[in-house]
Design a protein around this ligand. Structure first.
Ligand SMILES: *Cc1c(COP(=O)(O)O)cnc(C)c1O
Length: 379
């Protein structure tokens, strides 16, 4: 029997999303207009902090690091179990990236490992909410502040998650989000930076718009005329257009529903795989209320690659998250050596992301469960 491809992640875009985008296309403002503020306001309701929209999760990390003063001579301590952008944006600013190992079960940055790795040159300690499960935010924030550094949370996976009752976005000095199609909701490309610190958020807002200062009372150049704006610290154009912000507004209305469906699918997988000795299902710490972005199954019997190939052959398009960042040749060339973070390396050897997205039907979920179960218990 030939099945449709079942990807590991997929967007849910409905007619209301499409109509909202078309409305903006017919309006005067394709970018820098009212939909940006509408989106940022709705998003703040989820993040629990003022939030600035940018063009991608990568732009959000770049912006957050720039606002944090990350640059030449400073260090960013982070997890290798993440997408390369978490480190690459720090490298682009001239900082040295220091990789600290992860907890073996959650694959989140280990507080003790981060503490051992962070020197007085640390400008930021960046936790990544792997698969949507929040990091140990209180301990990481305390550690960062003890080192005179900022706690940055890469929440590309975890918009909609909560930690000890508080939303992701309100826990760190700077939190970054991604709205790429496979993420928890989408604006096609897009991202955001949240901060409870108004000065940091102002710096982020300025960096997103070339560093331009428009407020006459903040300008340094004197009275040039009504048209005048000036740059104090250079920035980039990371503005998310109104066309995409409108999509974000309608998507956010569904985020509760998306979270519920993701929860149901994760619960079905967890209960189906609990009796399989060859695998481990993702743990959930006390105090964590994840919006699960990935379903990271761990294959304990050494057959991860075989399971990947077997599922792909039936068009279940599983994926692996992630190659430890310092294994990428770009970082290996800088002298990072394998073996540095053994927990992350073992996790990479075992991990497989099963399909998880709100539009999956119960039949899709059963298809995945059957295929995985049959692989380990043939006949
Ligand atoms: C997706 C992702 C990013 C980058 O986001 P983009 O929107 O694709 O630029 C950064 N960090 C993590 C952990 C991600 O999953």
């Amino acid at each position: 029997m030939v099945h449709d491809p079942l990807p590991y992640g997929h967007q849910s875009v409905d007619d209301d999303d499409i109509l909202a985008v078309v409305d903006v296309l017919r309006s005067d403002w394709l970018t820098t207009g009212p939909a940006v503020e509408r989106f940022e306001r709705s998003l703040s309701g989820w993040t629990g902090a003022p939030t600035v929209a940018v063009t991608s999760g990568t732009a959000a990390l770049h912006t957050a690091y720039a606002a944090a003063g990350v640059g030449k001579g400073s260090e960013v301590v982070t997890s290798p179990m993440t997408f390369v952008a978490t480190a690459a944006t720090a490298s682009m600013l001239g900082a040295d990236v220091v990789f600290a190992d992860v907890e073996p079960d959650t694959a989140n940055l280990d507080v003790g490992a981060a503490e051992a790795a962070a020197t007085s040159r640390a400008a930021a300690i960046t936790g990544v909410d792997y698969a949507g499960h929040p990091v140990e935010a209180d301990a990481l924030r305390k550690l960062a502040h003890a080192r005179d550094a900022l706690f940055v949370q890469d929440a590309a996976h975890s918009v909609g998650s909560r930690w000890k009752g508080r939303p992701v976005g309100s826990l760190a000095d700077l939190t970054t989000f991604s709205f790429y199609p496979t993420k928890n909701f989408t604006t096609a490309e897009g991202g955001a930076v949240a901060s409870t610190n108004p000065a940091l958020l102002d710096r982020a807002r300025q960096f997103r718009n070339h560093g331009l200062v428009r407020d006459p009372s903040a300008q340094r150049m004197g009275d040039e005329g009504g048209w005048h704006q000036e740059v104090h610290e250079v920035g980039l154009n990371y503005r998310l257009p109104d066309v995409l912000c409108a999509l974000g507004v309608t998507q956010l209305r569904k985020l509760d529903r998306f979270k519920q469906r993701r929860d149901q699918i994760v619960a079905a997988y967890n209960s189906a795989f609990a009796s399989l000795h060859e695998v481990a299902t993702p743990p959930c710490r006390e105090g964590a209320d994840p919006m699960w972005h990935l379903y990271p199954l761990r294959v304990l019997d050494g057959r991860r690659r075989q399971l990947y190939d077997a599922l792909r052959a039936t068009r279940i398009l599983v994926q692996v998250h992630y190659l430890p960042v310092y294994w990428h040749p770009a970082y290996a060339d800088l002298g990072y050596r394998r073996g540095m973070c053994p927990n992350a390396e073992e996790f990479y050897a075992q991990q497989l992301s099963l399909p998880l997205f709100p539009a999956m039907g119960d039949g899709d979920v059963d298809r995945v469960i059957d295929a995985v179960s049959r692989f380990f218990q043939p006949g």
